[in-house]
Unconditional design. Sequence first.
Length: 411
Amino acid sequence: MASLLGVILILASAILPGAGAAIAQEAAQLQITSKYYVVMNADTGDVFAQRGADTQVAIASLTKIFTAIEALELAPLDTPITTDESDLMSSDATTMGFGPGETYTLEDMLYGMLLPSGNDAAHAIARSLGYQEGDTPDQAVARFMALVNQRVLDMGLKNTHLVRPDGWGVPGHYSSAADVAAFFKYAIGFPEFVKIIGTTSYTTSNGLITVSQSNKMINTYANLVGGKTGYDDDAGWCLVNLAQQGDLRMIAVTLDGVAPDDWYDDNTVLLNYGFEQQTALNQANTAFSGTTIGFTDPSAAQLARSAHSGSSLAPAAGTPASATPAIPTTTPLDPVTDQTRTQAALPPETEPSEHHSAVDSGPVWVIAVAFGLIAVTGAITWWLRHARSHAGEHAPDVDTSDPSAENDPDN
């Protein structure tokens, strides 16, 4: 049985297309002031320009993209979330603006987190969806972040580890421009996420709060679909955007940019450059040759773990997973601001590797194959148990022990 599960994992990985062989170079003529950046085709992952894209750095509120996708995977949009004192942030923080004891839907909270970059909403989402009976708020948030990091590992994003749902620059909390681009490529496969990041304003379902978009490019760049801003003292000014021109879609990530407007200008220049390069290739009928950024679909690893443990494929709607990874050691969640933060130690920066290690996302039929193999596994298990029952033997119990997320060595 174990060998068959191994075949599932190997097959799911082997049938995914590999990354390109040559690394994209810095486009010096673009005069990008952001320290790290990447621009790529949102559908193919083909990279047209990058600088330090594999370097592990702070990403501030771009973290909220990871938080949003985990939330969308865990619970339906109408899930009620009642706020708590622990969700409240200091007065100079970027917030959604609720008080304690107020009830909103998950959809309300997602808008409150992604549009004005609400740290309070990020904490409320993680605390509510990560909660298990007896948890303190910090423990519930840690459980949620363990699920986020498991998804990141399942996707093969090796330069990312996240400690807080709001992105405050604490030790051991980091990602890279390439990993952010890969995860954003994954995130835009969620229609509700794309809808939210492209919205200019939103009023909560109870009518108490109206939030507005913090990404200025939503009003200044005609082809923009949506994106997410971020800032703290460690990360500098950060931005990821999705833009569409005809049938072409581009993702641009800029990290550690310069205020007041250079960081926006950098992203604009990169998006335009990506469209120009892709259009030139199309007109010349020339195939792309270079680096490709992507990810392994996390569903394959989740299916294999579910089959091994005998657990269901997903938690019940609105209910945190019963097989939540163990709580990792994490930094206490003190109220902080997205604008003014003290310097926090980061893991040593690594030099960009010669090749991006991410793998392009697989087609839908990969998951169909995995499901088929799981079905075969179940049939074999039934047959063995049926045979043993006729021989007066009892089949062994299914192992339902909870998987544990790895603790980050830097924490």
